[in-house]
Design a protein around this ligand. Sequence first.
Ligand SMILES: C[S@@+](CC[C@H](N)C(=O)[O-])C[C@H]1O[C@@H](n2cnc3c(N)ncnc32)[C@H](O)[C@@H]1O
Length: 216
Amino acid sequence: MGYDVAMYRPAPGLPGRHWYQRLFSKKARRAASRDFMFDTLPKGGRVIEVGVFDGDFSERILAMNEPRELHLVDPWFPKDDGTLYDGPTQDFKDGKAASEALQAQYLQVTTRFAREIASGRVVLHRTLSHDAAPLFPDAHFDWMYIDASHFYDDVKRDIDAFFPKLKPGGYIAGDDYDRRGIWDHGVTRAVDEFRGSGAAETIRLRNHQFLLRKPL
Ligand SMILES: C[S@@+](CC[C@H](N)C(=O)[O-])C[C@H]1O[C@@H](n2cnc3c(N)ncnc32)[C@H](O)[C@@H]1O
């Protein structure tokens, strides 16, 4: 599958670099390294991305997978002590600065997907993953992308909370498998434990992505 250069143009109304700078940026290359999954993931389905950040991958899902519904879950707010839920990966001066930065990111995401939000195709859930999971019935999603906090306990909790929400035959995927990071292989450990349980079939482990399938 090739690049769709149009999707790297800044969203209307947002300040952005020229599209070719974004196309060849590290982030864009990283996003493209996940494209192999789109050969497997069913198009036109109901999808959820847990952990959204600035919505770069959400935009790619919309462009390449064309879901009929895309739910995006992220708190876009820091913990009470001002640190982030997924670890101290960014240096904010204090809790207020962190809060303001995440509020700005949330607004940027709402602008980025304004048209899809208005049509109901994209639904934002500004909350923690474990609070979002109970909002959905079981066997609801065609596929899901788990990419929130990468600490072992959090990944395990996210998989346990969201897997029942997946239809039989649906896919559960996620990022940063086989990557140590500050979370010390949290994703790898939780995903391998889950794979070991036999609850899902392993489809691909590639480019730090895991792609598993729920049996029919
Ligand atoms: C690695 S980023 C997501 C990147 C995004 N999926 C992408 O590929 O462009 C992780 C995001 O997870 C969010 N996050 C951290 N803990 C979370 C939690 N418990 N529930 C939901 N989101 C969480 C963070 O706010 C952050 O935006």
